[in-house]
Design a protein around this ligand. Structure first.
Ligand SMILES: *Cc1c(COP(=O)(O)O)cnc(C)c1O
Length: 456
């Protein structure tokens, strides 16, 4: 038998030489290791990671149907960039773009254009680059010199800070008002000038789950154009909301129905319900995507436009995204996201009843997220939300505590992302543990984090 040969007659995995030493940490081993042993030892190391299903910090999917796993395994060898060799994978990607363009109401001068990316971060880079190019072309056409381009935004995800730094764009972040967690549309005009390439509005602010008022921001920019002639496009970072709002709030106009919106991105691997490694960016029409950014790859006698930062990329997540779109349809997505929103609201009710917390976002009119802070008048005992987060870790729950962004940094919040697979039962178990740990913190009159001054 093969295994006996390899293991020299010893059959127990943990009695093999490889198991009797720590795994190599900085230098390759001199020879091969049997596959099963290597697999077991690596898998065992991973047991030290947190349990992904209890990671309530992430927006990314952590539960998948066996069919998704099947397609991912089937497509392990498919390179998305080989459009010539895998024309059907390319066709599937194009179908997804058309489906999303339709979902987001793209009805521009011509057909919408778009592509898959590794996630919303790459999508943000591409959308940002398109804004810069278009601004530069506008400046050139009107015979004006280009200064340093700037991008105006509210409480954006870190990918926009990356974009700004990597591509030499000034990020003009509008400070948050003391009572707000989203951009005040009335202030946007103050930050815009002739070098503004665009305004980013976030549909589903990472910190709280709240939707920014896209329509009102666009209306403020309409007013600015009438007053000053500055005509500034809007990009919507719908990393989370792009796959939630169309199903739960179909009447909310945040997408291409707003004429000023030129492009939209979303993370397929978040509420898109696809496995990790896929995001999407769609432009209203070809005019919104400068031609010089698009590379044309010939395939099957046709020409496939590509735009991306990577060359090789896994095809699996894109194919699995198509599966989820097919499998669930609009009604299916609506049901999944509705269940999440209901659970987030139920959890918010439970958390409000505990006493010391004040709920900032209860899963409605925004992402299915529950976000809370310590009510200002309730800091008895000296413990903080960091202590609460630490105590919840004892039962495996990962519920981060962190400060709100710029100008509201003194407000620390805690957030639970309710997503596919976070059932009502799991949420109740979390709530029961929260109640228990709260009693423990009160009994001790302060937690370890409070005592050691521990902060993230
Ligand atoms: C998660 C997130 C991103 C980054 O998306 P990835 O898909 O993780 O790269 C960008 N913007 C917002 C609002 C997000 O929530």
């Amino acid at each position: 038998m093969h295994r006996t040969e390899v293991t020299g007659g010893k059959t127990d995995l943990f009695a093999l030489p490889w198991s009797e030493e720590p795994l190599p940490r900085s230098r390759m081993g001199p020879g091969p290791m049997p596959a099963r042993e290597a697999y077991q030892l690596v898998a065992d190391e991973l047991a030290l990671d947190g349990n992904a299903r209890q990671n309530l910090a992430t927006f990314c999917g952590t539960w998948f149907e066996p069919e998704v796993r099947g397609l991912m395994a089937d497509t392990l060898d498919k390179n998305l960039v080989d459009k010539d060799e895998y024309p059907q994978t390319a066709e599937i990607e194009a179908r997804c773009v058309r489906i999303l363009a339709d979902l987001w109401h793209a009805e521009g001068e011509g057909p919408a254009v778009g592509c898959s990316t590794t996630g919303s971060s790459e999508a943000a880079m591409l959308a940002g680059l398109a804004l810069v190019r278009r601004w530069r072309a506008r400046r050139k056409a009107s015979g004006q010199a280009s200064g340093t381009p700037n991008l105006v935004c509210g409480p954006v995800q870190v990918c926009w800070e990356k974009f700004a730094r990597y591509f030499d764009v000034e990020l003009r972040q509008i400070p948050l008002e003391p009572d707000r967690t989203t951009t005040d549309p009335a202030r946007v005009g103050d930050f815009v000038d002739e070098n503004t390439v665009g305004v980013v509005a976030t549909l589903g602010v990472t910190y709280t789950g709240a939707y920014e008022p896209v329509q009102e921001i666009a209306a403020a920019l309409d007013e600015l154009r009438d007053r000053t002639g500055l005509d500034v496009p809007v990009h919507v970072d719908a990393a989370g909301g792009g796959f939630v709002a169309p199903f739960l709030e179909p009447g909310l106009e945040w997408d291409f129905r707003v004429p000023r919106v030129v492009s939209v991105n979303a993370s397929g691997h978040k509420y898109g319900l696809a496995p990790l490694g896929v995001g999407w960016v769609v432009w209203r029409d070809a005019a919104a995507l400068p031609e010089e950014l698009v590379f044309h790859v010939d395939y099957l006698g046709g020409s496939m436009p590509t735009f991306g930062l990577n060359f090789s990329r896994p095809g699996g997540p894109v194919i699995a995204q198509y599966y989820t779109l097919l499998r669930l349809g609009r009604e299916g997505y609506r049901a999944v996201q509705r269940a999440c929103a209901d659970t987030a609201a139920d959890l918010a009710d439970g958390i409000a009843e505990l006493g010391p917390f004040s709920v900032l976002h209860a899963g409605r009119e925004g992402l299915p997220v529950t976000c809370w802070t310590l009510a200002a008048d309730r800091t008895e005992g000296g413990w903080t939300l960091y202590d609460v987060a630490e105590r919840l870790r004892i039962r495996g729950w990962q519920v981060p505590a962190y400060p709100l962004p710029a100008d509201r940094g003194d407000t620390v919040v805690q957030r639970v992302v309710v997503r596919h697979g976070v059932s009502r039962d799991l949420a109740r178990l979390l709530l029961e543990d929260l109640r228990t740990e709260l009693a423990e913190l009160r009994r001790r009159g302060g937690g370890a984090a409070a005592q050691s001054g521990f902060h993230h």
